[in-house]
Design a protein around this ligand. Structure first.
Ligand code: DSN
Length: 427
């Protein structure tokens, strides 16, 4: 016989509140446990991934997920937003301090929505934009035909130079003069060299274009002064918060004060509805972490690790795109040794080394096959690996890629990966 209290709880759904996830949904609980094991036992070299702190995880899993808060601090469409306003105001102030920006909008759910919000702030359908070709290291949302950015706007793509695989600023300048775009987008998802934001501003000014820098990949390096900041030059700066910045999976926009009101209207109600307050809380926590001296030391180690790993991969006989790296990632041309990116990615995954296949500039393979692998160090640096381990990892990568899929080699490397990972637990 159930008690009256139990019957009341059953009638309202309240009985779910105190149950563990293992009790309510063993399948999802097990998938989460599997993912924890996978992350612990894997060398995560995907350049856009990282391992967040427990503090960030706690904020993401907080009761702010229950709250609706359309609007902005002090101007909400819902009651009960007192604690929410505290969170969002703190996140905004920290973002401004971190990036030295005039205005910050912390509501974008993702990098894609951050970029969309900027476009909707200053562009009309059919306007011309310029972005870096995806196949040369750009991003889908910088004008690729399969994304809203390529569908709604006229796109002119710029490229890297064939000789040294660095951004062809002369071509950018020439195209800007020829097409007079309303907006020039810079920033990349697969580019290992310093981006000259000052020069891009000059190109924008000559062409009468606005400038947007998407620094999703390098944000952590930018806020710690290890990569030049676009904030003094760009009208808009967008970023995700989960790559080198090591916060929750989300977006952020910074802009000059003159665009602040229009941008805020473009994010909400233009592109999004209610903000994810729990994620904004987690952004605030990660910004707090990023303001510490330890975070700068971490970013310095990311770059040291990337340089060491790139050199050691080159020492294993693989060509490095653009000749090396200045940041947290590099591309290696595995097809220079007759291996496709697709096969390379698969073989490495079988050894618990995670990378992603990536086209390289002037690739002869289709994107789903690709000639390259993109390799990044933010996640392995977070778990404490340094230069000696980078040399070990390069040798493991070399053995797997040279194995031609030999299972004995792959399994041997997998066990060595496990030993390495066990020395550097994540949580
Ligand atoms: N998917 C991200 C990356 O891996 O670079 C970009 O959005």
């Amino acid at each position: 016989m159930s008690t009256i209290k139990e019957q009341q709880r059953a009638a309202t759904g309240h009985e779910f509140l105190d149950r563990s996830i293992a009790e309510v949904d063993p399948q999802i609980a097990e998938a989460i446990a599997m993912e924890i094991r996978r992350q612990n036992d894997t060398l995560e070299l995907i350049a856009s991934e990282n391992h967040v702190s427990r503090a960030v995880l706690t904020a993401m899993g907080s009761v702010f997920t229950n709250k609706y808060a359309e609007g902005y601090p002090g101007k909400r469409y819902y009651g009960g937003c007192g604690p929410t306003d505290i969170v969002e105001n703190i996140a905004i102030e920290r973002a401004k301090e971190l990036f030295k920006a005039e205005h910050a909008n912390v509501q974008p759910h993702s990098g894609s929505q951050a970029n969309m919000s900027v476009y909707f702030t200053v562009l009309k359908p059919g306007d011309t934009i310029m972005g870096m070709d995806l196949a040369h290291g750009g991003h889908l949302t910088h004008g690729h035909p399969l994304s809203y950015s390529g569908r709604d706007f006229k796109v002119v793509a710029y490229h890297v130079r064939k000789d040294d695989e660095t951004i062809d600023y002369d071509e950018m300048d020439r195209l800007a003069q020829e097409h007079k775009p309303r907006l020039i987008i810079c920033g990349a998802s697969a580019y290992s060299r310093i981006i000259d934001f000052k020069r891009i501003r000059e190109i924008c000014d000559r062409a009468g274009a606005l400038m947007m820098a998407d620094i999703a990949h390098i944000a952590g390096l930018v806020v710690t002064g290890l990569h030049p900041s676009p904030v003094p030059y760009a009208d808009f700066v967008t970023t995700t918060t989960h790559k080198t910045l090591r916060g929750p999976r989300a977006g952020l926009i910074l802009c000059k004060e003159q665009f602040a009101k229009d941008l805020d209207r473009s994010v909400f109600p233009g592109v999004q509805g209610g903000p994810l307050v729990h994620i904004i809380a987690a952004k605030a926590v990660s910004f707090q972490e990023a303001l510490t001296p330890e975070f700068k030391a971490y970013q310095m180690q990311i770059v040291k690790n990337a340089k060491t790993l790139a050199q050691a991969v080159a020492d294993n006989g693989f060509r490095i795109v653009a000749g090396g790296t200045d940041n947290h990632l590099f591309m290696t041309d595995v097809y220079s040794k007759g291996i496709t990116g697709k096969d390379g990615q698969q073989m490495l995954e079988s050894s618990n080394i995670t990378v992603n296949k990536n086209t390289i500039p002037f690739d002869t393979q289709k994107p789903m096959v690709a000639s390259g692998l993109r390799i990044g160090t933010p996640a392995v640096t977070t778990r404490g690996l340094r230069e000696p381990e980078m040399k070990t990892i390069a040798n493991l990568i070399g053995r797997v890629l040279d194995s031609k899929g030999d299972q004995a080699v792959i399994q041997q490397v997998k066990s060595e990966v496990k030993q390495l990972c066990d020395r550097f637990p994540i949580y």
